[in-house]
Write a protein that binds this ligand. Structure first.
Ligand code: AHR
Length: 329
């Protein structure tokens, strides 16, 4: 009996030893996951952020949110401005790999052409968070996407235009940066809801900037003159540039030409107060707080949802004056 007890005890000890060694030798399924009990905190985080540029009031607010929140949280942020060029963003991402940052955030200027560099980031074991804009890449190449539903924004803009032009009309469109997610989605979303009695007579890119918006609107006015009864601008900056062009042409923006744009920046509220803009659909740039929260979770090995959408609203001239003081961007 004693002998049997001894054999069982030996077997148990051997089994425990095997169990312990396999637990320590098992490779981490995700190379970005830290060892158990070694979770990082915000103050430990080193983040590389490849921003698009400074093309709009929206982007300025977005950059301020990313930089300001890093300071609040004590995150070590390495920030670069690509001046609207994809090759500069790619070079910045490669430099963050070389610096071995904990996580990389970026807003892809255009949707395509990211697979090679994102594969390099993955091979280096660094999680990637796409912020504001999405790239067209396989799911395994990024941890999550934090940003707006641009199709929905386009649909909202279409509905607002229908309300402004119940009898129909002739519309021109200022498209955002060619090949960018917001330009593609705001273009298609708008067409999903726009009534058939509103004819889109022309559609050109204004590259999301005030100067280009003005220039393209001048060309539209030269070509179509008073035939134009409405303008849909993919962002407020282009709408504000177009408003100048319309006034210089001798027409009244917001009256002779109804205008719907997207972003809801302070400049749009001012234009609504002056009666020159009819509607702005919100696109929220204040993504800093959510970005670092997601970054920390990714670095600590958590599986994140494919998309974390931002909450957005629609604003009209009626209460623009009351709301302007509260607007943070
Ligand atoms: O990606 C968001 C868009 O980029 C904003 O609507 C536009 O203003 C910006 O430049």
């Amino acid at each position: 009996m004693k002998k049997v007890g001894l054999i069982i005890a030996v077997i148990l000890v051997v089994l425990m030893m095997v169990g312990c060694s396999s637990a320590t030798e098992e490779p981490a399924s995700d190379s970005a996951a830290p060892a158990a009990g070694a979770e990082k905190s915000m103050e430990d985080l080193v983040v590389g952020y490849a921003q698009i540029g400074a093309e709009s009031e929206w982007r300025t607010a977005n950059t301020a949110s990313i930089k300001g929140e890093a300071e609040n949280l004590g995150v070590d942020l390495k920030f670069s401005d690509a001046q609207q060029k994809q090759e500069n963003q790619i070079a910045a991402i490669r430099s963050y790999i070389a610096e071995d940052v904990d996580v990389i955030g970026f807003s892809p200027v255009v949707e395509t052409g990211w697979e090679t560099v994102l594969q390099e980031v993955k091979d280096a074991g660094i999680p990637v968070i796409m912020v504001d804009r999405r790239a067209d890449v396989p799911r395994e190449l990024y941890a999550t996407y934090l940003g707006s539903d641009f199709v929905e924004e386009g649909k909202k803009a279409g509905n607002e235009m229908n309300n402004l032009l119940p009898e129909g009309g002739k519309l021109v469109e200022l498209v955002g940066t060619v090949g960018s997610a917001p330009a593609n989605d705001r273009y298609s979303g708008f067409r999903e809801t726009l009534n058939d009695n509103i004819e889109i007579i022309d559609s050109q890119s204004g590259d999301f900037t005030r100067a280009k918006g003005k220039e393209v609107m001048e060309a539209f006015l030269k070509k179509y003159g008073e035939e134009i009864t409405a303008l849909y601008a993919h962002n407020d900056d282009m709408a504000i540039g177009a408003i100048q062009a319309i006034e210089e042409f001798g027409l009244k923006p917001g009256e002779d030409i109804k205008i719907v744009s997207i972003d809801a920046v302070r400049g749009a509220f001012e234009a609504m107060i002056d009666g020159k803009l009819n509607v702005t659909v919100e696109c929220n740039p204040l993504l800093g707080p959510q970005f670092y929260e997601l970054a920390l979770r990714a670095v600590n090995g958590e599986e994140l949802p494919e998309w974390v959408p931002s909450e957005e609203s629609v604003y009209y001239p009626d209460n623009a004056e009351e709301l302007l003081p509260e607007r943070q961007y």
